[in-house]
Design a protein around this ligand. Structure first.
Ligand code: NAD
Ligand code: TYD
Length: 352
């Protein structure tokens, strides 16, 4: 048996591929366009492993996806591929609609054709798992209850709007064409292989380089952080349950302000890699202009997944963030390689 993963060279996708092959002998086809966020070095440990077949290609290339489906006959498609960074979506929204909306549409079309032609037993066992975000639900006030699966969709950024649209496409393909779809909506992830444009790896990288740590606005925006391998475990759990047509919230019960996150990172770096001048890394924290339309608070109620499928996160924020900082300190070559050319251009443009 085989599964097809899209976006398996990105942050969450590569963690998923590595975790999957550590726990299964089931082969995996990994389709990724290797945008700036995709990095084959994440998968170096799988070089020569016949269970992992990497294909460099675009989810919008319907002929390619049809060929891969026909050749490998996966029992499931797990769709991670996306443009994923809110700030980039503000500077250039079109790429987000190209990949997240048109790409998901083309993928759904190809998968539906493949699924329809399967033998009955395989057709009944098939699953399209659409990986999405809590950002589709919009923003919460300080006293509001956490998002449940039945919250209204109120996306506020171009990224969130494009993901919301892709969730609606996945839903519609289930209701209209019968495609067996499940959708997951997860909170902010952190951990190894996250591209250093996102808050946590950005701050680790800039702290070590002696650069300012840019906190947007007052830094009191709240995110609900989940260690990436807990997200991967939740996706495996949802795939195994195959409750077709359902959606599942995934979250870490770790609501923290951005300032709390950055201070935690600084304290860990003070302990693990103190500054040469003995000053605390917190002296590098700098408040910068806020993100336009910045959502104030996200919080996920993952009780359905805990109650009905028995999933809960293995890492606390304290344990996960310590592992994450230790990983970035031990992988400075990886960071150096991904922070060359195009990355510098982005920093120059965004933080100017
Ligand atoms: P990422 O940006 O790190 O990786 C995205 C991957 O998709 C890259 O490898 C990229 O090369 C690939 N890709 C982009 N466009 C493609 C295309 N047209 N065809 C094929 N491959 C393409 O993203 P991530 O943080 O790993 O997020 C993965 C998924 O999880 C996304 O769908 C995202 O919306 C969702 N998600 C992310 C988070 C988070 O905190 N990072 C939280 C919840 C949900
Ligand atoms: P990010 O990692 O971009 O994820 P998302 O926008 O999907 O939640 O940002 C996490 C939080 O950190 C968000 O509230 C924006 C904030 N942030 C900063 O304060 N400074 C930064 O330089 C970045 C990239 C993010």
């Amino acid at each position: 048996m085989t599964i097809l993963v899209t976006g398996g060279a990105g942050f969450i996708g590569s963690n998923f591929v590595i975790d999957w092959l550590a726990g299964h002998d089931e082969a995996l086809v990994n389709l990724d366009a290797l945008t700036y966020a995709g990095n084959l070095a994440n998968l170096d440990g799988l070089r020569g492993d016949p269970r992992h077949r990497f294909v460099h290609g675009d989810i919008r290339d319907r002929a390619l996806v049809e060929r891969l489906l026909g050749e490998h006959r996966p029992r499931a498609v797990l769709h991670f591929a996306a443009e994923s960074h809110v700030d980039r979506s503000i500077h250039g929204p079109e790429a987000f609609f190209d990949t997240n909306v048109t790409g998901t549409l083309r993928l759904l079309e190809a998968v539906t054709g493949y699924w329809r032609a399967l033998e009955e037993a395989e057709r009944n066992a098939f699953c399209f798992l659409h990986v999405s975000t809590d950002e589709v639900f919009g923003t919460l006030g300080p006293e509001d209850a956490a998002f449940t699966e039945t919250n209204r969709y109120l996306p506020n950024s171009p990224y969130a709007a494009s993901k919301a649209a892709s969730d609606h496409l996945a839903r519609a393909w289930h209701h209209t064409y019968g495609l067996p779809v499940v959708t997951t909506n997860c909170s902010n992830n952190y951990g190894p292989y996250q591209f250093p444009e996102k808050l946590i790896p950005l701050c680790i990288h800039r702290a070590l380089a002696g650069e300012p740590l840019p906190v947007y606005g007052d830094g009191l925006q709240v995110r609900d952080w989940l260690y990436v391998s807990d997200h991967c475990a939740a996706i495996r759990t949802v795939l195994a349950a195959a409750r077709i047509g359902e959606t599942w919230n995934i979250g870490g019960h770790n609501e923290l302000t951005n300032l709390e996150v950055v201070h935690t990172l600084c304290a860990l770096l003070d302990e693990l890699r103190p500054r040469a001048d003995g000053l605390p890394y917190a002296c590098q924290i700098t408040h910068v202009r806020d993100r336009p339309g910045h959502d104030r608070r996200y919080a996920i109620d993952a009780s359905k997944l805990a109650r009905e499928l028995g999933w809960s996160p293995a890492e606390t924020f304290a344990s996960g963030i310590r592992r994450t900082v230790a990983w970035y300190l031990a992988h400075e070559v990886w960071v150096r390689d991904v922070t060359s050319g195009a990355y510098r251009e982005w920093l120059g443009r965004h933080y100017a």
